[in-house]
Design a protein around this ligand. Structure first.
Ligand code: SF4
Length: 480
């Protein structure tokens, strides 16, 4: 099954059962029952790490079978680091007049795509800062230029926060935000946009988002943007960045919103729309703190007041499963909210990912986050509900600006998947398998004779300085 079919009927919930009820969890793993938010939070806290992993793995095997786990060959292209938002977790953004601000020339982007194509890549993931200097025509020219040169490359680009800023920058016609997004998206789609990445999801709860995503769209706008993409037949992904100021209930509420909007995308057709798209994947990863303002916030548990016997993490005090508190309520209930971070450990990451596999019964793929967690935790994640190892990493600028990330080639990815007990398979952007690498001498990992040339490389910011400098007054001028 590589699809959640139209008119998907969500499994029944059984709210009278405890989250830890084995019969319930077995039914969830089989796709025959749905967790309530309360049950989701319960299993996160009360199941042992291994039990949580076991049930998530069983759910994953129900959907994907026992044999194949996938990866994709794509390339992250961050076309500009100029951004008018000021997310406190971001070390990537620059003001337009910073010495290292950049906007890539289309020709530089074409070069990157040619390199990707040469190693068998099928997709680019193109995201940027939200750069008010770039007009709509710049994007249209960029997309049509890519499609005319590389018609075989899938363009997965522009996350919802970028779209919301496009609405602000381009002032399109329309009575509602949805209509304005649609106006812009239709034009970008016609020019060559194929699908939307789920960047900028962070944590949806308003009180969290307002503190960490300064200048970035709210959850309703984010979800509405994805819904518009779905109504245009596009596939998207959803993400969550956790392990900072949020409470655990905020993570469950985030997943619940994704699940509800996915039910809508998969439900009966609304109006006379054509085939709907939907979320194909959910990927979550822990906040990386280096070089970020949020990373300078003290860790929970390092201050005397944190250690008082009744002290509770401020994020948990104000987290709710079904709503977001007003600012006044937050300040009244947890004055220290936002002033402590609770960084995620490897096991917290694995628990969160396992929960996402069990909770998101209507999402096909769960991605392992080896980019932030490291290849071996990413490999373990395949036993905690993940079915996909994401992308061979040629370049990454945003997360690597905020801490160590990892760079792997195809042979290493295949080896990690095979060593975890599965058969690696390259997929395309719609999660269809392109090539299954059975254990033969021609498989990418079996061709390697010297692994010293294929080690996972750690990388911090890998900014192409020379290219960055080629910014673009020229690019903008040529587009206007
Ligand atoms: S995370 Fe994205 S939107 Fe936020 S400041 Fe950084 S580049 Fe801008």
């Amino acid at each position: 099954m590589n699809d959640m079919t139209r008119c998907f009927t969500p499994p029944q919930t059984h709210p009278h059962l405890a989250g830890t009820d084995r019969g319930l969890l077995e039914a969830v793993a089989a796709g025959a029952a749905r967790l309530t938010p309360e049950q989701g939070l319960t299993i996160f806290h009360e199941l042992s790490l291994h039990d949580l992993g076991r049930f998530a793995d069983a759910r994953c095997r129900t959907i994907h079978g026992d044999r194949i786990r996938t990866y994709v060959i794509d390339r992250n292209i961050n076309y500009t680091n100029v951004c008018n938002a000021r997310c406190t977790f971001c070390a990537f953004r620059r003001d337009a007049d910073d010495h290292d601000a950049y906007t890539l020339e289309p020709s530089a982007i074409h070069e990157k795509i040619a390199e990707l194509s040469a190693i068998g890549g099928t997709q680019i993931l193109m995201q940027g800062g939200m750069n008010p200097a770039l007009p709509l025509q710049w994007y249209l020219d960029l997309l049509s230029g890519i499609k005319s040169r590389f018609p075989h490359i899938h363009v997965h680009a522009f996350s919802p926060p970028e779209f919301i800023e496009f609405v602000h920058f381009f002032d399109p016609p329309g009575e509602s935000l949805e209509a304005k997004i649609r106006w812009v998206m239709v034009r970008l789609k016609e020019a060559g946009l194929d699908s939307l990445p789920g960047g900028g999801g962070e944590i949806f709860a308003h009180h969290v988002r307002r503190r960490i995503g300064l200048g970035k769209c709210d959850a309703t706008s984010w979800l509405t943007c994805m819904y518009v993409a779905h109504t245009l037949g596009m596939f998207t992904s959803a993400t969550m960045m956790f392990g900072h100021i949020e409470g655990y209930a905020d993570r469950v509420q985030h997943m619940d919103l994704v699940r509800r909007w996915q039910d809508r995308a998969l439900g009966p057709a609304e109006g006379d729309r054509g085939p709907m798209g939907h979320y194909k994947a959910f990927i979550s990863w822990p906040f990386q703190r280096e070089n970020t303002p949020l990373g300078r916030v003290p860790d929970w548990g390092t201050r005397p007041e944190d250690l008082a016997s009744a002290a509770e993490f401020p994020g948990d005090l104000v987290a709710r499963l079904d709503e977001s508190l007003s600012n006044e309520e937050v300040l009244a209930q947890a004055p220290a909210f936002g002033k402590r971070v609770r960084m995620s450990s490897a096991t917290d990451y694995l628990r969160t990912q396992a929960l996402s596999r069990l909770y998101l019964d209507n999402i096909y793929s769960i991605g392992a986050s080896w980019v932030t967690m490291g290849p071996h935790v990413g490999q373990v994640a395949l036993a905690f509900g993940a079915s996909d190892m994401g992308s061979v990493m040629m370049e990454e600028n945003v997360v690597s600006s905020a801490g160590t990330t990892y760079c792997l080639d195809e042979a290493v990815l295949c080896r990690l998947i095979r060593d975890a007990g599965f058969t690696p398979a390259q997929r395309n952007n719609t999660y269809d398998v392109v090539t299954v690498h059975t254990d033969t001498p021609v498989a990418p990992d079996r061709r390697v004779t010297d692994w010293s040339r294929h080690r996972a490389r750690k990388m911090h910011q890998q900014a192409p300085k020379a290219v960055q400098a080629s910014v673009s007054a020229k690019a903008v001028a040529s587009a206007t």
